[in-house]
Ligand binder design. Structure first.
Ligand code: AMP
Ligand code: MG
Length: 411
C-alpha cells in the first residue's frame, strides 16, 4: 500500500464515521453533551411583564409634572412580591409596591425605583406605606421588562450539533426543556501494545518503560466528549493482540484505538491481526511524526492504529482521531485554531507534512515561534513545553528565520 497524504488520510477516515444514536438526558446531566435537535422556545421570555427594580408600579401620566419640590402623592393599593400575581388593577392616583422580578399589575405602565420616592426603606419586613411621594416623572415603560423582550415563543435558540455549555443548560431550564435531546457519547476501546510497557505504578527495570500513551490518549478521548473502554496493554504476540481486539468487539466499541505495533518491526503484529480478521484501508501517511498510522476495520469495528512514540500518538490523535470523534459525537469536525507565526530560528524537515512542537509568543506585536528542543518523536517533554504545533506543508524542507508558517494552538 502506498504512502498517502495527510489530507487524503483524513478524508478517508472521516468518510467512515457518522453521528452515533441520540438519547434524552435529564437536563442536570446535559452540560458538555452535544445537542441532537434544534431547540425552539416554547414560551416568551420573560414570560410576563415584570419589574427590573424594587419600587412602585405607577401610571406614568399621573406623574407628568412631579418634581423634587412639587412631588406627586399616590395611594399605595397593593404589595407585589416576586412570585405572586397582582391582586388588583392600578387606577389613576394609585401605585403598588413592587419587587424586582414581580409581575407588573394591570393598569400600570412604569416602575419608579424606591430611590426616587420618599419611601426608601428597603429593610426586610418593612410594612406597606399608605401613600408614596414621587419626585420625578418616569417615562412610559420605565424599569419594565416586557414579556418576550428577550425571547419570542417559536424563536430558534440552539441548533443540533452544539455542545451544551453551562449558560446553554440554564437557557434550556428557562424554556422548560427537562429532557435534553443529545447524542450518546461514542465508546472508544483503547489499548497499548508492546512487551516493554509496564504500568505507571511499577518501578523501572531493564528494558522496560512505562505505558504513557494509555494516559495521554484516554485524556484526549475524554476531552473530545467520548467514553474510554480501557483494555490495557497487549503483549507483542498475535494471540495477545487478538484477545484485546476481541474484547473491544464484545464491548461494542464504536472505534478501536491502539498505539504501537503498526510499523515494520519483527514484532509489530497489530496491523497483521487487523488485516487477518478485517481489512486495512491504509497504513502509512506522508507525515512527520506519525508515518505508520493505520486505518481499517476489525471484525466490523473501525480501527485506528496510532504509532507508538508518544509524540506521534498525540499528533496522530489530533490530526485524525479527534475529528472522527467529533463527527461521531454529532459535532462538525474542526481543526484546532490556526494562526500565522513568524519563525525566530531556521527549521528543517524531510519533506513530509510536519508537525513541530513550538512555543508561540507575541514579540513586538508579531506572533513568533521557536521550537521546544529536539523533535524526536519519543521526546514527550518537547510537547509538554509546547503551546503550538507548527505545520510544514509536504515538500517543504527548509524555512529561514523570519519566514511565516501556520501553527495550531494547543491551548
Ligand atoms: P512501536 O510502534 O511498537 O515500534 O513503538 C515505537 C516506540 O514507541 C517504541 O520506542 C516504543 O517503546 C514506544 N511506545 C510504544 N507504546 C508506548 C506507550 N504506550 N507509551 C510510551 N511509549 C510507547
Ligand atoms: Mg512495539
Amino acid at each position: 500500500m502506498t504512502l498517502i497524504s495527510v489530507h487524503e488520510a483524513r478524508e478517508r477516515i472521516l468518510s467512515h464515521f457518522d453521528p452515533v444514536e441520540t438519547t434524552q438526558l435529564p437536563l442536570a446531566q446535559a452540560a458538555g453533551r452535544v445537542l441532537a435537535a434544534d431547540i425552539r422556545a416554547a414560551d416568551d421570555l420573560p414570560p410576563f411583564d415584570n419589574s427590573s427594580m424594587d419600587g412602585f408600579a405607577v401610571i406614568a401620566a399621573d406623574l407628568a409634572d412631579a418634581a423634587a419640590n412639587t412631588p406627586r402623592t399616590l395611594r399605595v393599593v397593593d404589595d407585589i412580591p416576586a412570585g405572586h400575581a397582582p391582586a388588583i388593577e392600578i387606577k389613576p392616583g394609585q401605585a403598588a409596591r413592587i419587587m424586582t422580578g414581580a409581575p407588573l399589575p394591570a393598569g400600570a405602565d412604569a416602575v419608579v425605583p424606591v430611590e426616587e420616592t420618599d419611601f426608601n426603606d428597603r429593610s426586610p419586613g418593612t410594612p406597606l406605606p399608605e401613600y408614596v411621594q414621587i419626585f420625578k416623572p418616569p417615562p412610559v415603560g420605565a424599569n419594565i421588562r416586557k414579556q418576550g423582550s428577550d425571547v419570542r415563543a417559536g424563536q430558534s435558540m440552539l441548533t443540533a450539533g452544539h455542545m451544551l455549555r453551562p449558560q446553554d443548560v440554564g437557557m434550556l431550564a428557562m424554556l422548560g426543556v427537562a429532557l435534553a435531546p443529545v447524542y450518546r457519547r461514542p465508546r472508544i476501546a483503547l489499548l497499548s501494545s508492546g512487551d516493554e510497557l509496564i504500568p505507571v505504578e511499577a518501578p523501572l527495570s531493564p528494558g522496560k518503560i512505562r505505558d504513557a500513551n494509555s494516559y495521554t490518549l484516554a485524556a484526549l478521548i475524554e476531552e473530545s466528549g467520548s467514553d474510554v473502554i480501557r483494555l490495557g496493554v497487549a503483549a507483542d504476540q498475535r494471540e495477545s493482540v487478538q484477545a484485546l481486539l476481541d474484547q473491544a468487539v464484545e464491548q461494542r466499541a464504536d472505534l478501536i484505538l491502539s498505539s504501537a505495533g503498526v510499523s515494520v518491526g519483527a514484532f509489530d503484529f497489530v496491523k497483521d491481526v487487523v488485516e487477518a480478521h478485517g481489512s486495512l484501508n491504509f497504513w502509512r501517511v506522508n507525515m512527520r511524526p506519525g508515518k505508520p498510522l493505520t486505518f481499517g476495520e476489525y471484525r466490523g469495528v473501525r480501527f485506528i492504529g496510532l504509532p507508538g512514540n508518544p509524540v506521534s500518538a498525540f499528533v496522530g490523535f489530533t490530526v485524525f482521531v479527534r475529528p472522527a470523534l467529533e463527527k461521531m459525537s454529532g459535532r462538525t469536525p474542526l481543526d484546532p485554531p490556526r494562526v500565522r507565526v513568524r519563525l525566530s530560528e531556521p527549521i528543517r524537515s524531510d519533506g513530509r507534512e510536519s508537525y513541530l512542537r513550538a512555543i508561540v509568543s507575541k514579540e513586538g506585536g508579531a506572533l513568533t515561534a521557536r521550537l521546544t528542543g529536539h523533535q524526536g518523536s519519543g521526546n514527550l517533554l518537547s510537547l509538554v513545553q509546547a503551546n503550538a504545533l507548527l505545520i510544514l506543508r509536504a515538500g517543504v524542507k527548509f524555512l529561514a528565520p523570519g519566514e511565516e508558517v501556520d501553527a495550531w494552538m494547543l491551548e
